[in-house]
Design a protein around this ligand. Structure first.
Ligand code: SF4
Ligand code: SF4
Length: 227
């Protein structure tokens, strides 16, 4: 009997619905921006990004879709992603999402679902990508409100000046800014992780102390029973 996971998926080369999976709302994370800043794809992707306030208060960065709703980074004739080597985490994880407590399918109409058997290792990788996307999105959601004034300024600037009209100094300034934003975010995340570790250490110490005290109390009660 095969021990292959029940979940089956394989992206179809000649998928007729490729435009469908590239019609979704793609949320961009700070980790995406930082990665693009490092591998020089930022200049290619940045003109297609938009900064918006959901409900008038929650900042979010997404890919600005064309009038027909399709991601502008899709090569229509070739039916392929033009930034496949640097796809956003959201596209990397597709079609599997992670809500923080459970996995879910981003698009049940994807014809790749059920198309190919997967190994347990492949499924684990897929789950890892879904979790990484969720973590990056959650992290960005908590950091963006803090840095929104800086980011908004840059996005406004971007709509005023066409990217190709920017000087190399301006482009470098923008690249540096995103790197700094990501580094600042990483520092906040590190601090939070250290705080959580300290709290966990203290809780562990308190639990050990409680066990010691309970043992001592038992010993003492045993001693007094014997006497
Ligand atoms: S992910 Fe699904 S919808 Fe997108 S191209 Fe592959 S098979 Fe088609
Ligand atoms: S970035 Fe690439 S994979 Fe993601 S929606 Fe756009 S074209 Fe599709």
């Amino acid at each position: 009997m095969s021990d292959a996971p029940k979940f089956r998926f394989g992206c179809l080369k000649d998928c007729s619905r490729a435009e469908q999976c590239c019609r979704r709302e793609i949320v961009i994370t700070l980790q995406d921006l930082e990665r693009w800043g490092r591998d020089n794809t930022l200049m290619l992707i940045f003109p297609h990004l938009q900064y918006e306030l959901v409900g008038g208060t929650m900042p979010r960065i997404t890919i600005k879709r064309g009038e027909d709703g399709v991601c502008p980074l899709l090569h229509r004739e070739g039916n392929a992603c033009t930034v496949a080597h640097a796809r956003p985490l959201n596209c990397e994880a597709f079609p599997l999402g992670w809500s923080g407590t459970a996995y879910y399918i981003m698009d049940r109409e994807c014809p790749g679902l059920g198309a190919e058997e997967m190994t347990a290792a492949q499924l684990d990788e897929m789950r890892g990508r879904a979790q990484a996307e969720h973590e990056a999105r959650t992290f960005s959601g908590s950091v963006l409100p803090v840095i929104q004034a800086v980011l908004m300024g840059f996005f406004e600037e971007q709509s005023r000046i066409a990217m190709d009209a920017m000087t190399s100094d301006e482009k470098e300034k923008m690249r540096t800014m995103f790197t700094e934003v990501a580094e600042r975010g990483a520092t906040v995340a590190k601090e939070k992780a250290e705080e959580a570790k300290e709290a966990a250490d203290e809780a562990k110490k308190a639990a050990e102390q409680a066990v010691e005290e309970a043992d001592k109390a038992l010993d003492e009660s045993g001693t007094s029973d014997e006497s």
